[in-house]
Ligand binder design. Structure first.
Ligand code: HEC
Length: 146
């Protein structure tokens, strides 16, 4: 006999919700293990999820090869590039340029968590991505853009 009452409805809602989360974010978060580091998040990062997060960057950043700088520099090939040097014609602040060194995953993670803390006085008017998995995803996406 078919169950009556709210059960079929509950099942329908659960199925619908599962269909909505095209991203397995919580499973990936668990897979990163306890006390996850930038490295463990990188292991479970999703470039596809990062591409969706990048819509929060794209008001200021293009990423395609040869695409123009917008309010912020084009980010093609930024991973491994010298900090504040990747786009010679972009007017970087001294605040960012004086950081020195190259963009590694760990440094991008720190930058994207809190740009003002990483480079006090930077012109990147972005509050940061609070979720370390979001940062790992967007970094994984940038890794595909080089
Ligand atoms: C409101 C505009 C704005 C938004 C939104 C924004 N940025 Fe930026 N970003 C900038 C500006 C401006 C700079 C240059 C900062 C400077 O020179 O101090 C910059 C610099 C950078 C750099 C350093 C580039 C280099 O060549 O060294 C990276 C990496 C970066 N942004 C990534 C991101 C990512 C990823 C996001 C989204 C999660 C994002 N930004 C969101 C404006 C923005």
């Amino acid at each position: 006999m078919m169950p009556r009452g709210p059960l079929p409805l509950v099942i329908a809602v659960v199925v619908l919700l599962a269909g909505c989360s095209s991203d397995d974010k919580e499973a990936r978060r668990r897979a990163a293990g306890p006390a996850p580091t930038v490295k463990s998040y990188a292991r479970v990062a999703s470039a596809a999820a990062g591409a969706r997060i990048f819509t929060r960057c794209s008001a200021c950043h293009s990423v395609g090869q040869g695409a123009p700088d917008l309010g912020g520099p084009n980010l093609h090939g930024v991973i491994g590039a010298e900090i504040g040097q990747n786009r010679p014609r972009f007017a970087y602040t001294a605040a960012l340029q004086q950081v020195g060194g190259r963009w590694t995953r760990a440094r991008l993670d720190a930058w994207l968590a809190d740009p003002q803390r990483f480079a006090p006085g930077t012109a990147m008017a972005f509050p940061g991505l609070a979720d370390p998995l979001d940062r790992a995803d967007v970094i994984a996406y940038l890794e595909t853009q080089r």
